[in-house]
Write a protein that binds this ligand. Sequence first.
Ligand code: PEP
Ligand code: MN
Length: 263
Amino acid sequence: MVSSDLKNEKTLVRVKDVVFGGRKVVVIAGPCAVESREQVVAAARGVRRAGAVMLRGGAFKTRTSPYSFQGLGEEGLRLLKEASEETGLAAVTEVLDKDSLELALEYVDMLQIGARNMQNSSLLRMVGCSGKPVLLKRGFSATVEEWLMAAEYIVAAGNHNVVLCERGIRTFESATRNTLDLGIVPLVQELSHLPVIVDPSHATGKRCLVAPMSRAAVAAGADGLLLEVHPEPEQALCDGFQSLSTDDFGCLMPELQAIAGIV
Ligand code: PEP
Ligand code: MN
């Protein structure tokens, strides 16, 4: 069960040498999408230098338009793995279906279920059976209860290594891409023993809001952050407007350290 037990013990989710739910705030950073070897290696080196402990990078993208860049597929996974091995950063990537899941199992250390697939119960069961740690994004119209039930599908299939990720929800407000629902971080930590991290990139959709909301998430007690970082955000094929440059990310890390004590 994902709900807290009486002893209130937190689940520690281990991804190689990274531990979610412990004392350290886990910072995952990298591009929205893997675009080329140069891009993902530069991103990985930059985020590693600044202190990130995991690398993100999409190879199978769920874009709103079918005409937008859809990711490099298996080639993207290969390049992500190369960057991950070169820097020693564990890698996470989103899977969309059985085929992308089977491929990703060979290349990455953690599987991401995106907001659009949060209630795809057959995909949840499949990642549950995969044995790999899972990063489960909150659906953009999901209640906390629905989100925790989605996690329950993964746990019920035998996989207890689930990290929850708040990434903003749809509200009437259109000034930001989504509305970051930060209050649910301590709430979900009360309701569940699973670690909870925050994605301020998709939650805000605006580069200038990413650092303030990252600081706020850490101050609220989030167990980690998932951040989009690109070596050249202006040239990004996907979500450049909400991506930090590696330099911006380098400035943010000491600020997080100052708030959390340990990052
Ligand atoms: C992502 O993190 O690459 C992504 C697509 O996010 P979300 O599923 O939260 O929209
Ligand atoms: Mn993105």
